[in-house]
Design a protein around this ligand. Structure first.
Ligand code: PLP
Length: 243
């Protein structure tokens, strides 16, 4: 198991490096986040001990269940799944970043809890760039006004935009949903909103990380190519399964 994870990680890093080289990008501009839904803590531990520093979970319950198994590891945990308002308090115990901020009510409640705790939180705004109804995220045309609206919450550090993108076997079908996130970012830059100087793009998964890097991704979130298939029937890849 250990050898497999280490060798998969090496391959994923090679894919990232190749994609950077092909698009003339600096490797240090693209981070790897381990997407660890359904992956047990002992497997995650192997990847972290091999040098990974970032992981993302989709469910509060998994954060909690794996917490003790990850003790002593130097890893930053992000939340990348759909977040229900009533789970915020628990999720905040484990994470330093929420990548799935997609509605005002969530921002409002986060701000409230964070004020109580006297802390700030990094957030990415999730955008539904594939226009699929099954996916969470803001519609692309609402992102700008959303940013203007949540800027008033000083507890939220707006770090960037996140998308899942359209997954397909054909590159030509996946690409538009990735380039759209970059366009949205550039439109926001063009507005020159005070305080918004840099927005990272979190996009690219096992299937489309090369394309995402070519489109400007700063963080690829990879699960399957590192830990193997999740074998969970309908849950195989659906991030939207509510708890
Ligand atoms: C599962 C998941 C990933 C990783 O997907 P893989 O295809 O396993 O690499 C990335 N982002 C989110 C939000 C996910 O839920």
């Amino acid at each position: 198991m250990k050898e497999m994870i280490i060798s998969n990680l090496k391959q994923v890093h090679e894919r990232i490096e190749n994609a950077c080289r092909l698009s003339g990008r600096n490797i240090s501009d693209v981070q790897l986040l381990l997407a660890t839904k359904t992956v047990p803590a002992d497997k995650i531990r192997i990847a972290i001990e091999a040098g990974e520093t970032l992981m993302g979970e989709n469910k509060m319950q998994e954060l909690r269940d794996k917490d003790s198994g990850l003790k002593g590891l130097n890893v930053e945990r992000h939340f990348i799944g759909h977040l229900q308002t009533n789970k915020i308090k628990d999720v905040l115990k484990y994470v330093t970043c929420i990548q799935s901020l997609d509605r005002i009510s969530l921002a409002e409640e986060l701000n409230k809890q964070l004020l109580n705790q006297g802390r700030n939180l990094d957030v990415f705004i999730q955008v539904n760039t594939s226009y699929e109804e099954s996916k969470f995220g803001l519609p692309p045309n609402e992102v700008l006004s959303f940013i203007r609206e949540i800027k008033k919450y000083d507890t939220l550090n707006i770090k960037g935009l996140m998308t899942i993108g359209l997954l397909d076997v054909e590159k030509e079908k996946m690409q538009p949903s990735l380039s759209l996130l970059r366009q949205i970012r550039d439109e926001i830059y063009a507005e020159g909103i005070e305080g918004i100087t840099e927005l990272k793009l979190s996009m690219g998964m096992s299937q489309d990380l090369e394309l995402a890097i070519a489109e400007g991704s700063n963080m690829v979130r990879v699960g399957t190519s590192i830990f193997g298939n999740r074998f969970l029937g309908k849950e195989i890849w659906n991030e939207n399964i509510a708890e």
